[in-house]
Design a protein around this ligand. Structure first.
Ligand code: NAP
Length: 523
């Protein structure tokens, strides 16, 4: 495919006017063609008005229609797999296998949302029949369900160029709910974004959707990204990235005359607790699994385990094994220079703190885009006395904290901010002694992992990839799995409406044959 380097403004292409940039191969440092033209305010206006027009039609499309659209996007992405993989490996330094796997996950997500729409019960339809004879006042007929909010802005993630970017989880869940999507492309993988946006465009045309149902802009987050979030047409935002970026968008959305939700997935250190019995029984196996999880994808996963808490007999050998395995891990290119620099800065800040010792450090050349594994150590008292020790080091680095008894472990757990995950390695005996730990962690994290590792995030109905702030902006939902769909919806109730004016999901004879709650009973 000949890449054009321009934005997708409905069915048309942008002409830039606000500067240009090129993707940089993080392995070779080479700049890649073509130049990508950044858009300005006029294009923000254009995509927002197209999205508003598209919403009028798209929100009324049946679940089956929207499912067909999501399946068509997945098919077109599949058809462009070779072009995607070839560009993505060069733009991100990610190995081919990872790119293909992420492509599979992206298409799988789109198809999972399609099957949710085909089944139809996700709208959570509830019907309470009228009772005109009720005393002292008659009861009205009330029927409610989830409805789409309106155009959604999706910020692409640097660490998931497919699965959390142009046609990724946020886009899939927003489209599934009936919301048009405007994507703000990430500057580190613009070519991958252009290929995937082309796939979405083809699907829009094939399915006869309004052109404004999908647009994608290249440009700066601080200019057009902020303008999109502030635009009156936009009803919600999906974001994956840094805490500063997410916070800036939350503030912009809250300052609007009509504030809107920002579903931001930001930083987490995903604590792993290894309890004494588990350490004694299978310390070596836990160490091996932990280092695999730590170094996977050069540590650039939001679920990377950045904090390891252990105590009891065998702790020193366990720490030595982790340090030795991590020290042998080959360094590799990080996704872009900015991430590599941020990683080095975070390491320097952590390594110079009082009470932090370096147990292993894989050396990398100064100024290179590579990230090497690092294992640091501290004791519980030191950790508890300096909150900044709990800050994210985005990359393959972890802080091992020794906590010798249940009280110290509980204090460490209690001190933590909101997390995406919390992991416990335990035996049944451990759980009798450390029972309170699980209850504390349930308040801290969106997903609790037992005798496993946090990095793999299964895309399935039961998954929660969320967690209390600051892991996310709002811990009531998930950005992975079908439950993500309600982030872009709101509840609407129809009171005393004639059947013919109700959405099919709420009509008396249940034409879509979906599961509903009628007069308080699930049918
Ligand atoms: P980022 O700096 O937060 O950028 C993500 C997106 O948000 C980009 O499109 C960026 O646009 C936009 N943006 C950033 N600040 C903004 C602001 N103030 N106003 C409006 N838009 C803004 O994240 P990144 O480039 O992907 O990576 C940088 C760092 O974020 C990493 O080193 C890491 O620490 C963290 N990160 C964490 C996770 C996680 O899952 N925990 C994932 C990815 C990154 P522009 O680039 O055009 O400014």
């Amino acid at each position: 495919m000949d890449l054009q380097g321009t934005s997708f403004i409905g069915a048309g292409r942008g002409s830039g006017g606000a500067g240009e940039s090129r993707a940089v191969n993080p392995v070779s440092g080479e700049e890649m063609e073509p130049a990508y033209l950044a858009e300005g305010e006029e294009s923000v206006e254009a995509v927002c008005s197209l999205a508003a027009a598209a919403f009028v039609d798209f929100r009324e499309r049946s679940g089956v229609d929207k499912a067909g659209f999501l399946r068509a996007i997945a098919d077109e992405v599949d058809a462009l797999e070779e072009e995607i993989v070839s560009r993505m490996t060069r733009e991100t330094g990610l190995p081919e296998g990872r790119c293909r796997m992420e492509k599979g996950r992206t298409c799988g997500q789109l198809r999972l949302f399609a099957s949710l729409l085909e089944e139809g019960s996700w709208v959570d339809a509830r019907i309470d029949h009228a009772d005109p004879d009720r005393a002292p006042v008659a009861k009205p007929d009330c029927r409610s369900m989830w409805r789409p909010m309106g155009p959604v802005v999706v910020f692409c993630a640097s660490n998931f160029p497919l699965a959390y970017s142009v046609a990724g989880g946020d886009t899939a869940s927003a489209l599934a709910s009936g919301c048009p999507v405007i994507v703000k492309a990430h500057g580190s993988h613009p070519g991958t974004a252009e290929i995937v946006a082309t796939a979405v465009r083809i699907a829009v045309e094939k399915c006869g959707m309004h052109e404004g149902v999908f647009s994608m802009l290249y440009g700066s987050g601080r200019t057009i990204g902020q303008s999109l979030v502030r635009h009156s047409v936009v009803r919600a935002v999906g974001f994956t990235g840094s805490r500063n970026g997410g916070r800036a968008l939350m503030d912009a959305a809250a300052a609007r005359p009509e504030p809107i939700p920002v579903w931001a997935e930001m930083s987490a250190i995903n604590p792993v607790f290894v309890l004494p019995g588990a350490l004694r029984e299978r310390g070596d196996a836990i160490a091996d699994g932990f280092v695999g999880s730590l170094t996977l994808g050069v540590g650039q996963f939001c679920t990377n385990p950045g904090l390891l808490i252990t105590g009891g007999e065998g702790r020193s050998q366990f720490a030595e094994r982790i340090a030795s395995l991590a020290g042998e891990a080959a360094p590799a290119a990080m996704l872009h220079k900015g991430i590599a620099e941020a990683y080095q800065d975070a390491l320097k800040a952590m390594m110079t703190k009082e009470g932090v010792e370096t147990l292993a450090q894989v050396p990398v050349e100064d100024g290179s885009s590579q990230g090497g594994a690092v294992v640091l150590g501290a004791d519980a008292a030191g950790f508890l006395s300096d909150q900044s020790m709990a800050e994210e080091m985005f990359g393959p680095a972890t802080l091992m904290v020794s906590a010798d008894d249940e009280a110290a472990m509980l204090e460490v757990a209690e001190s933590l901010e909101g997390q995406l995950t919390a992991t416990v390695h335990a035996t049944e005996e451990d759980l009798e002694m450390f029972g309170k730990l699980i209850a504390v962690l349930e308040r801290k994290a969106g997903r609790l992992v037992y005798n496993g590792f946090p990095t793999g995030v299964e895309v399935c109905h039961g998954m929660v990839h969320g967690g209390p702030s600051p892991a996310t902006s709002d811990g009531r939902s998930t950005s992975v799995g079908p439950r993500a769909i309600t982030r872009f919806t709101r509840l609407v109730c129809w009171q005393d409406f004639p059947d013919s004016l109700l959405p099919p999901e709420l009509q008396e004879d249940n034409p879509l044959k979906i599961s509903r709650i009628v007069d308080g009973k699930r049918t």
